[in-house]
Design a protein around this ligand. Structure first.
Ligand code: NAD
Length: 295
């Protein structure tokens, strides 16, 4: 029987743990973590994400400091806001929602966030730490989506050590950090990408498949080895024609129905990786807060 990995439930458990931890910190030191959420412009998807992140943060007891700036905001003004937040005591985590308008260089903005307040774990210093720190380092700020995937894998009660893992996609926010995390777990990791040859064959040899491509149902059921674990990061909106009626549907990068026939465990889309990403953002903010109390 294929196990359906329930991201909603696992994320809820993580949020419950964080809430208990934040309640306890509040009663001990009278302070709670603060997360600054910065949105520039009104991209509809960004507004949805910002709303969901803000709601979840408040639910676990994190203070949210909201900055919604106009589409015309200059790079200089955004940098000034980030520098201000870097120095603001009640801000422990800073999240700048991507994408930013084209006239702003995203990397310059991400690099300007103080590494200790880097709620997304995208700062070069944190990227470097992820590659060299021990797997037991609890203080690291790790990119949220891949860390969420790792929590789901670890919850399966399988020994990751020595497993063949393929990560399809090499983005800085998902694929590369995912590969680092699996390497830390002593997996043998292959990172596949748009130029990979014989992807199907490489995929067929994997015990763990993490798909982070952004191409609807690209990974076919036949690419999945019997008994493999499949983590589908992709979120793709497709149009479906049901009896002449066009409906929008969210699908992953994996052909779920076919892959499920071979997989030992698989994440659905939606309800798999998505909820974990937000829960891990709250985790990073809480870690940043605890780290700040040690200084
Ligand atoms: P990206 O566009 O930055 O990277 C996509 C990667 O896929 C690239 O490295 C590219 O080389 C690779 N790729 C493209 N075509 C390929 C092909 N034919 N074969 C093999 N590899 C190919 O995307 P991203 O930001 O890493 O996101 C990937 C997907 O994950 C998207 O669908 C995105 O919406 C989703 N996502 C979901 C969450 C979540 O919380 N669930 C978070 C981040 C991203």
């Amino acid at each position: 029987m294929t196990k359906l990995i329930n991201g909603k439930e696992i994320a809820q458990n993580l949020r419950n743990q964080l809430k208990a931890e934040i309640d306890s910190l509040k009663s001990k030191i009278g302070k709670v973590p603060g997360l600054a959420v910065v949105q520039v412009g009104n991209v509809a998807a960004s507004s949805v994400y910002v709303k969901a992140k803000t709601k979840s943060a408040k639910e676990v007891g994190i203070d949210v400091i909201d900055h919604h700036l106009s589409q015309e905001t200059s790079e200089k003004d955004l940098l000034e806001l980030v520098y201000k937040l870097n120095n603001q005591d009640n801000v422990n985590g800073i999240l700048v929602q991507l994408p930013l308008p084209n006239h702003i260089n995203e990397q310059i903005i991400l690099d300007s966030i103080h590494p200790n307040k880097d709620a997304d774990g995208f700062h070069p210093l944190n990227v470097g730490k992820l590659s060299i720190a021990s797997k037991n380092d609890e203080n690291l700020l790790i990119p949220c989506t891949p860390y969420g995937c790792l929590i789901m894998l670890k919850g399966l009660d399988i020994n990751l050590s020595g497993m063949n893992a393929i990560v399809i996609g090499r983005s800085n926010i998902v694929g590369k950090p995912m590969a680092q995390l699996l390497l830390k777990e002593s997996c043998t990791v292959t990172v596949a990408h748009s130029k990979t040859k014989n992807l199907e064959e490489v995929c067929k040899s994997a015990d763990i498949v993490v798909a982070a491509v952004g191409r609807p149902q690209m990974v076919k059921g036949g690419w999945i080895k019997k008994g493999a674990v499949v983590i589908d990061v992709g979120i793709n909106r497709i149009k479906l024609n049901t009896n002449g009626e066009i409906k929008n549907k969210l699908v992953g990068d994996v052909d779920f129905i076919e892959a499920k026939k071979n997989a030992a465990a698989i994440t659905p889309v939606p309800g798999g990786v998505g909820p974990m990403t937000i829960a891990c953002l709250l985790r990073n903010t809480t870690i940043a807060f605890k780290n700040s109390q040690k200084n």
